[in-house]
Structure formats: structure tokens, C-alpha cells
Design a binder for this molecule. Structure first.
Ligand code: PMP
Length: 382
């Protein structure tokens, strides 16, 4: 049997034993009191995680890309214009979705490793009329975190809906729907929630739901929020069979998050990110994103001279840790290490020890123990 490796790719993230155990619960009827109660609780917990009181939460079988598609299709009417704020790969995907459904859109692209600044958004919305603005919170390809609160401030009190793709952030980095005036947060189960993949997750503001109702018909069936709304309000109703076991696992993940305290969870993500960054710096690595844009959910790390992507990742794997390679133009130049969800300090220490072992066997010169020491000194300060 293959021994289990520590999964430090940027999603799926390590699944907590409590969540794994919940996956072995029976597959009950999707309209049974058990599932109805658990889905309702999961929906209510989800709203707490994004600080939303009045909006509508949705949990649907799928993945983040489905949630992206649902967010656009349900908020942008034919003839309206969308503005995409892009710091990389996943906002480009959003633009492709807009193209697929023939929505008119403009895109502001930052250099990879940075993010669009709120001032750029402020200027752009004076040049054209936009119905909806969409941004990625953390781009999982570049590791750059966007100033989403700054965008929300620019859009506050304007007649423009604001969508955040929180797939690599929601539940790990602060997102306050009501206070900031965000209309849709879309995400997936496999990142900061630490549940297995399989769910498209959205929370939609009252204004967002009104917008959906105002668009008479949308070019979608399964993705239509108005078909799902009655089920989310009363899960004894049927539209399309929900993924019972995945919902049970997701419910458990939201319980873990709220037991820990959502604010505490944000602090923990920062804490772990700082420790990992300190270790990597001590070992002589540099990061792909510029300093102000470094995300607390993953690190995109440049390879130093002499370290080759395939041999690094395969040796690291032999030493018990799975990290991801670069995407697109970053392939071969960086590795991506996720540090989100239910990652413990002891798992981080294990990963850093395995990293030093990997680097030693690849003949890389560094001071043995310096990475772990730097990480521990960050932990002691906090
Ligand atoms: N948006 C972002 C920011 C992502 O990181 C990802 C997945 N890595 C997606 C969207 C798409 O999610 P999925 O792979 O679950 O379809």
C-alpha cells in the first residue's frame, strides 16, 4: 500500500480526520431529516464564514469553475458589460467564460506576481458603464493576493455588482460580504475549507438575488440559481440529486472552522504563511509575487540556480510531501506550496524537514536546520 503523502498542493488540501470520518457516514436519502438538517446547518455556517446575514447561500455538486460560471450567468444580463480584474490564470478563465456566453467585457490585467490596484478600477469605471465587476482574491497560479477590500470600497454605493472568486481564499483570508458590500462570493470545498473536492459554493447578496430575478431567462439550466433557491431554503424539495456524502463532509468542515473561530482561522493562516516564508527565505529561496501581494494561502516559490523542477518535486515526494509545479508560463520556473485549510504546525514542521532533506540530496548548498529554525522563531514571536 502506498504511504500517505502530505498534500501541500494548492488544493485539494489535507483533509482532517474528522472530515474523512464523516465521508464514511451512510449515504442517506437526500430528502431525509439527517441530510436536510446537515445541509441547512452547512448553509448557515457558510454565511457566518463570509460574514453575510441576509444573502442566499448555495452548495451545489460541481467545482470552483462551475461556481464561476454560475456567478456570471446569474448576474450579467445580455447587453450588459462586465469588468474583469485579473492578476493571472483564473481571472483569464473568468474572461473565457464571459466569451463563451458572449458577454461583453473589458479586462484590466496586472503584471503576473502583482494585482490590479483599486485606483485603476476607480479610473476604469469612469470610462465605461459596467454592470458587474469580478476579481480573483488569490490567484493560485501566481500566488498574488488582490486588494479585494480596496476594490469593494471603490464599488460601494455604486450601481455595480461585485463578485469575488474566493476559491483560494474564502475561509482562510478575511472576506466580509455585508460590511464590504460584496454581491457574490464563489468558492469550492477543496481549499480553505479542507473538504474533498466536489462542491461549487456561492453566497449571493440580496442585491445579487434581485438582479437574478430581474434577468428573465439565463442561458443555463443546472446553473440557474433560481432553480436551486427553493432547495437551499427547503432541502426536502428536489431539483437535482445533491451529493449527500460530500455535503456531510462539508458540513463537518464548516463545524471545525467555526469551533476554531473564523477570525482565529485567518490569524492562523497568516501565522503559518509567515513561518513558511521565513523558512524558505532562510534556505535562500525567493517568491514569485512581489512582497505586498504575497498570499497567506499559498507560496509560489522561484527555483534557485541548479534546482530542476522535476527532480525537486519527485525527491520531495519521496520524502513525503506533494507540491505543485508552475502553471502556464511559470511551468518549470516555480513550485507552488499550498498552506491553507486544516494544516497543523506539526505538518508544517514535517514539510520543512522534508524540504531540507530534499535539498541536501539534490546537492543544494545551505545551512542545515536553518529553515526550520527560522520558522520556529516566527512561531515563538507570535
Ligand atoms: N479560481 C481559483 C482562484 C482557483 O484557484 C481555482 C482552482 N485552482 C478555480 C477558480 C477553479 O476551481 P476548480 O478547479 O475547483 O474548478
Amino acid at each position: 500500500m502506498q504511504t500517505e503523502k502530505l498534500l501541500l498542493i494548492p488544493g485539494p488540501t489535507p483533509v482532517h480526520p474528522r472530515i474523512i470520518n464523516s465521508l464514511s457516514l451512510p449515504t442517506v436519502s437526500h430528502v431525509s431529516p439527517t441530510l436536510v438538517t446537515e445541509l441547512k446547518e452547512a448553509l448557515s455556517n457558510l454565511k457566518k464564514i463570509v460574514f453575510c446575514e441576509k444573502g442566499e447561500p448555495f452548495i451545489v455538486a460541481g467545482a470552483g469553475t462551475l461556481a464561476m460560471e454560475m456567478a456570471l450567468l446569474n448576474t450579467v444580463a445580455k447587453g450588459e458589460r462586465l469588468l474583469v480584474l485579473s492578476q493571472g490564470f483564473f481571472a483569464e478563465r473568468m474572461a473565457q467564460i464571459a466569451q463563451t456566453f458572449a458577454h461583453d467585457y473589458d479586462i484590466i490585467e496586472s503584471e503576473w506576481g502583482k494585482a490590479v490596484l483599486p485606483e485603476e478600477l476607480e479610473k476604469k469605471i469612469t470610462e465605461n458603464k459596467y454592470a458587474v465587476v469580478v476579481s480573483t482574491h488569490v490567484d493560485t497560479c501566481t500566488g498574488a493576493c488582490a486588494p479585494v477590500k480596496g476594490y469593494a470600497d471603490v464599488l460601494k454605493d455604486k450601481d455595480i455588482l461585485y463578485i469575488i472568486d474566493g476559491v483560494c481564499a474564502t475561509g482562510g483570508i478575511e472576506e466580509r460580504m455585508d460590511d464590504w458590500g460584496v454581491d457574490v462570493i464563489l468558492t469550492a470545498a477543496q481549499k480553505c475549507f479542507g473538504a474533498p473536492p466536489g462542491l461549487a459554493i456561492l453566497v449571493v447578496s440580496e442585491r445579487g438575488m434581485e438582479k437574478r430575478k430581474a434577468i428573465n431567462s439565463i442561458p443555463a439550466y443546472y446553473s440557474d440559481l433560481l432553480r436551486w433557491l427553493p432547495i437551499m431554503k427547503d432541502p426536502t424539495k428536489y431539483f437535482s440529486t445533491p451529493c449527500v456524502n460530500e455535503i456531510r463532509a462539508f458540513y463537518e468542515s464548516t463545524k471545525i472552522m467555526l469551533e476554531e473561530g473564523i477570525e482565529q482561522r485567518f490569524i492562523q493562516h497568516t501565522h503559518i504563511a509567515e513561518a513558511i516564508r521565513a523558512a524558505l527565505k532562510a534556505l535562500g529561496f525567493a517568491f514569485f509575487p512581489e512582497e505586498p501581494f504575497l498570499a497567506d494561502t499559498l507560496s509560489v516559490v522561484n527555483y534557485p540556480e541548479g534546482i530542476e523542477d522535476n527532480s525537486f518535486r519527485s525527491t520531495y515526494l519521496e520524502n513525503g510531501v506533494v507540491v505543485a509545479g508552475g502553471l502556464g508560463e511559470l511551468a518549470g520556473k516555480v513550485f507552488r506550496m499550498g498552506h491553507m485549510g486544516n494544516l497543523s504546525v506539526s505538518q508544517v514542521c514535517f514539510a520543512l524537514e522534508a524540504l531540507e532533506k530534499t535539498l541536501s540530496s539534490l546537492g543544494y548548498e545551505f545551512e542545515l536546520g536553518s529553515g526550520l529554525k527560522a520558522a520556529k522563531s516566527v512561531c515563538e514571536q507570535e
